[in-house]
Design a protein around this ligand. Sequence first.
Ligand SMILES: [Zn+2]
Length: 498
Amino acid sequence: MLPLAMPFYIESFNIEVLSMGHSWGTSSAGLQRYAMKVRTAIGWRVYTLLLAALALARPLVEVEDTPRPTLITNVRILTSSGEVEGPYDVLLRDGRIAEVREVSDGADTGMERVVNGTGATLMPGLVDTHVHVGSFTAIPGRLHLPHVPENLAAWLYAGVTTVLDLGMPRSQLERIQRRIDAGRLDGPDVFGTGKPFGAPGGHPKSALRAAFKGPLVRIATAHMAWEVETDDEVDRAFAKQGTTGFAKVLIDQIPNDVPILSDGALARIRTDASASGARVVTHVGRPEDVERALAMPTDALAHTVYTGRLTEAQITRLAEEHIPVIPTLVVWESTAGVATAHPLLDPMEREILPRRSIRDLEANFSGRAPMQGALARWAEQVVTGKQQRWDNVRAMVEAGVPILVGSDSPNLGLTAGASLHREMDNLAEAGMSPAEVLVAATWENSRFIDPDAEFGAIEPGWEADLLLVDGDPTRDLRAVHDLRAVWVDGREVTRRGR
Ligand SMILES: [Zn+2]
């Protein structure tokens, strides 16, 4: 990165620091002091102009300030068991689904907004159970500061109305939630696990430092995980984090041979999680990681393994104990794509991504941004493991393992929003019926986040997080990629695109 460009990056970073919490989980005091120096050096007029330019950038979506009373007429609805029923008239009021009733014959309803749902299906908004709100569509060697509002807009654009973040520090996530709730930031409903538990010097610090060099990266990655070894360290981390309902645990080595959590640390995490009522969600990458996760035992798996075959015993145990798996096939396909200079860049990425990210992906396509060194050696396993991981997911689907839909986006070559649509297609290819994929991405995903949540289904009184799609998505999953309208908490989302 050019030194000249540094102040601008620092500044956009600082806007996030000041306004909603920055993204990389480090103490930002040093960066803020640097930004203040820059502000003094360039003068406040230039500084203000810069802010104005950033603020005037055309937004990807626009969301109504307040929910309007809305009537969606003559529309079929997707139920939480995957049937398409109706048609009905559906009323939205005060951000909630007020009523699902017989189709009326055109009597004046007095509703502010009437949407003709003829030929369309109304379904719950999509839920992504593995995201990183403060990450970005990364290409090795091309560092940008994460832009939280861009990610949030991307999810809404793609019809994703709820996300579960698997790593952002709790205080930052709560600041973002408050801004969304107050209407100062457009975004989906955001939930999170808090910072993950990892080995000192292990993933994710090791992976990010292998992908990007420089002092900024060293600062930004210093405190991304609770790096624990002893019981005391685990206890202190739980006390500092407080209860989020989840404990995210990292068992993997990226790149190869970096430190990994000890058995002792895993045992203590399990004990503390149980004591605080938290469910353990474990990031796994290889069959031996699954073995360690099951021994803990874990409550869910984040990812299917990227290489190697799961044993029949492992699959049987996942099925019999109803341990949900969030395969995120898309992140491994994306990683393999970047490693082989074939990143995922189709119309949906082009609609969603800012120009700088498209330029990065195109650079990767033309071989100008190759994966290098230790990271390339690690990614080689992801490239060669393709058949194995798809076979694993097919076997899990067949065995009845509960499958959830998550994308791990944005990430290496991976775009927020677009990637969840790819993952739904992946799961259909792995043997789930379109109806099963849709139920997993809405009802099952929402139950995983909170068994008592009032979203994820079309129920009177529940949150009006809704998508209107052309045709019947249970017959043809492509319909879910063709969004006619999106509502988040009853507020209509206008999808502008780039
Ligand atoms: Zn992740």
